[in-house]
Design a protein around this ligand. Sequence first.
Ligand SMILES: *[C@@H]1O[C@H](CO)[C@@H](O)[C@H](O)[C@H]1NC(C)=O
Ligand SMILES: *[C@@H]1O[C@H](CO)[C@@H](O)[C@H](O)[C@H]1NC(C)=O
Ligand SMILES: *[C@@H]1O[C@H](CO)[C@@H](O)[C@H](O)[C@H]1NC(C)=O
Ligand SMILES: *[C@@H]1O[C@H](CO)[C@@H](O)[C@H](O)[C@H]1NC(C)=O
Ligand SMILES: *[C@@H]1O[C@H](CO)[C@@H](O)[C@H](O)[C@H]1NC(C)=O
Length: 439
Amino acid sequence: MATIFKSLIFFFVVATLLHAGHARRRKDNAASVVHDVTEYGAAPSNRDNRDAFLAAWRAACSSSAAGNNSTTLLVPKGTFAVGAVQFEGPCTDNGGAPVVVIDGVLQPCSGDGGGCHISHDAWITFSGLNNLLVTGDGTLDGQGHHQSGKAKPMTTTLVFDGVTNSTLRGLRFVNSRGFHVNLRRCTHVVAEGLDIHAPATSRNTDGVHVGVSSHVRILDSVIGTGDDCVSIGPGSTDVVVSGVTCGPGHGLSVGSLGKDAGERDVRGLIVKNCTVKGTTNGVRIKTWPGSPPSRASNITFQDIAMDDVTNPIIIDQRYCPHDHCSDAGEPSLVQISDVTFRRIEGTSSGPMAVRLLCSEERPCTGVSLDGIDLTCGDAPCRFEFSNVQGPVAPVVVEQAPGPAPALVSGGRREEDADVASGTEQLGWLTWWLPFTVRG
Ligand SMILES: *[C@@H]1O[C@H](CO)[C@@H](O)[C@H](O)[C@H]1NC(C)=O
Ligand SMILES: *[C@@H]1O[C@H](CO)[C@@H](O)[C@H](O)[C@H]1NC(C)=O
Ligand SMILES: *[C@@H]1O[C@H](CO)[C@@H](O)[C@H](O)[C@H]1NC(C)=O
Ligand SMILES: *[C@@H]1O[C@H](CO)[C@@H](O)[C@H](O)[C@H]1NC(C)=O
Ligand SMILES: *[C@@H]1O[C@H](CO)[C@@H](O)[C@H](O)[C@H]1NC(C)=O
């Protein structure tokens, strides 16, 4: 009996000690956990808060509790000017990183302040980090519309560079000077719940760009800019874009590819459950003329609603945005293969619902159009295919009464109707068809 009693006492004592220890540890953590930039000298103002931000970052990043979401770098409410700033890792041995909560508004400092500059390629960079979460109710305001002068630097607002197993969630981005978000050399990164806005006329203001990255998810975001809402660049593999509402802008794009030599291939992309509204392109793959060899394969666009889009479905292997391409006449050597367009419905504001303009040197292979249901106002929609090695399947079309198919007149030569074994190659043809295409 006495033994049992002693055991019970022992048990309660130990339990109480353990509990107290646990609570204290949590309390200590809670006390030291939040590194508020204003405690490091930042203040809502026009002066550059860069040094305070970096001091807070160094404290949060070097804290032994970084990781496990237990250390936070906080930018509280208020409007803070900040110059170009890079939050570098690694932070802890266990590969953790602080949670970064931005509840305030960040603006680039106006430049005339001593030493403050953002004319870098990037404004706010997170690099070399694992298990990073960047979130909050705040806004990253690039003030791009206030830039004047001819040589406006195309500064990206937010860059994740070499970041792994991380999340960017819920922030708002406005008026970037260049891309709004660039995920480069990243693996296992999710960008979700973003709200990105820039004027339709602002150049190179892509919403989210992905490059040299794998296992990336871009989810449930609203993006309207003067360029691509999402652009998936060279070296991207396993990228899913889902639940994005895009417009205005240039649509959801793969590319541009083939601008530089030595670009890595693109493969395994899925763009699904998106709405594209009032844009110049819907879903697009674009490669430069004269581009060096690389590959883009296994790309699926599905369940996309088009609303008033000029080119809803387009592959453009002579992409030359401002007509300044020295090798405009050269074919692209980017090989595009295994591309599926499935269940794409809605309205085209142009006459050409589908344009698949592939390279004469590297015809597209394995392209399928399935369940495409688009209307082009009062006129029947048209197709344009060139250098698409068939079968483009399954394309079931009700034939229109009238001239179909017809050759495009104009400066381009008609391609040879090369019929290789088991495949057909469609030449430079335009098809006038009533556009209920269903597969
Ligand atoms: C994070 O959690 C893991 C496992 O729960 C633990 O081993 C590690 O020490 C923790 N790291 C920090 C910095 O608290
Ligand atoms: C930290 O939070 C993120 C986002 O909520 C979550 O995905 C991740 O698993 C968390 N990490 C840890 C170590 O708890
Ligand atoms: C990212 O997470 C995966 C498992 O989810 C892990 O295998 C990998 O090592 C992590 N990356 C880094 C750099 O820690
Ligand atoms: C499709 O995207 C919308 C946001 O545009 C989201 O609310 C919805 O849950 C998504 N549906 C699926 C099946 O993913
Ligand atoms: C195509 O890409 C998807 C998404 O990354 C992947 O799940 C699938 O396995 C790939 N298919 C092939 C045949 O490589």
